[in-house]
Design a protein around this ligand. Structure first.
Ligand code: TYM
Length: 340
């Protein structure tokens, strides 16, 4: 019996998702996927390519399709095991959109307006021309999580506020209509939870950031990684150490530590008396070595698309089974007449 069948003894369950909205970078890997892989040892895991979230920003059709499959390939190549975990595409399970509607009826405009990501994404835009989907995006995220009765949600720091909204909505629904949802906890791992831009350590590493040199893409070739790290901004002084006065070095040390598993203090000690150049050239090799096996496996998966499609077919079926049970309970709690 699959460990994810509803009848098996329940380990704590996690749900997490990533948008297939462009180039995948080291922030996504360290902030999310790397932890997802580790959590398979202790949790039942449900991992999703959230394509309905991606379309809150206009996408090019062919690119969205390709990015969605590329993202799933990254999950698989990084070590997400579809025998143990459910891997699927959000739009394949319509229950996400249905639950979102029901949650919309208990969500306040005020709380959505306070979401910092919404504020960032719409800074300078006129209210008249902001898409409702962008505003409502956190409610879809809440639906994703609550449908699977997830106990925990591993994410990077930037998603914490959305998980908190999810908790509020779950509690509000349970109090108003009777218990239907598990109230989930965010899990934010220290190392890698906030990978910053290589150009500007005040900004998070992001695929939407203007310049390509600000992020390391998962598929970057070794020479590209080396060049980007060589050019990454550093702080004044020459000492390899972290700290509030050294935001750039702190970021580079975090990346080194998260990928190598070494403690920051050990890395600092190793480079004491050496300059930035030595540290940077070793960091580049740490990144190249970490990405090489993932890139190789992605190439294999790209050569045989049927494997990934098979994973998604089974994943959608397994996800749907869980989602429909939650949705049936929610409908009953709200007073919707069951379909005869
Ligand atoms: P998204 O697609 O922007 O990012 C996916 C994951 O990567 C993390 N992340 C980072 N972590 C560290 N440093 C960075 N620079 C960095 N950039 C991104 C994010 O925190 C996230 O964990 N709304 C979500 C997707 C989503 C979701 C969900 C997540 C939809 N439904 C349900 C969890 C549960 C988003 O836009 O993430």
């Amino acid at each position: 019996m699959s460990p994810l069948d509803e009848t098996s003894a329940r380990r704590p369950r996690v749900f997490s998702g990533i948008q297939p909205s462009g180039t995948l970078h080291l922030g996504n890997y360290l902030g999310a996927v790397k932890n997802w892989v580790a959590m398979q040892e202790t949790h039942e895991c449900v991992y999703c390519a959230v394509d309905l979230h991606a379309i809150t920003v206009r996408q090019v059709r062919a690119e969205l399709r390709r990015n969605t499959i590329d993202l799933v390939n990254l999950f698989l190549a990084s070590g997400v095991d579809p025998e143990r975990s459910i891997v699927f595409v959000q739009s394949h399970v319509p229950a996400h959109s249905e639950l979102m509607w029901i949650l919309n009826t208990i969500t306040y405009m005020g709380e959505l307006r306070r979401m910092t990501q919404f504020k960032d994404k719409t800074a300078g835009a006129e209210g008249e021309s902001i898409a409702v989907g962008l505003f409502d995006y956190p409610v879809l995220m809440a639906a994703d999580i609550l449908l699977y009765r997830a106990d925990a949600v591993p994410v990077g720091e930037d998603q914490k506020q959305h998980v908190e909204l999810t908790r509020d909505l779950a509690e509000r629904f349970n109090n108003a209509f009777g218990k239907a949802f598990v109230v989930p906890e965010p899990i934010i791992k220290e190392g890698g939870a906030r990978v910053m831009s290589l150009d500007d350590p005040a900004k998070k590493m992001s695929k939407s950031a203007g310049s390509e040199s600000s992020y390391i893409a998962v598929m970057d070739a070794p020479d590209v990684v080396r060049r980007k790290i060589r050019r990454a901004v550093t702080d004044s002084g020459s000492e390899v150490r972290g700290g509030p006065d050294k935001p750039s070095l702190t970021n580079l040390l975090d990346i080194y530590a998260a990928l190598s598993g070494d403690a920051i203090a050990d890395i600092e000690a190793r480079y004491s008396g050496k300059g930035y150049a030595d540290f940077k050239s070793d960091l580049a090799e740490v990144i190249v070595d970490a990405l090489a096996p993932i890139q190789a496996r992605i190439r294999e998966l790209e050569a045989d698309k049927s494997y990934t499609l098979g994973v998604l077919k089974t994943g959608a079926e397994r996800a749907e089974a869980i989602a429909q049970r939650t949705l049936a309970k929610v409908r009953e709690r709200v007073g919707l007449v069951p379909r005869p």
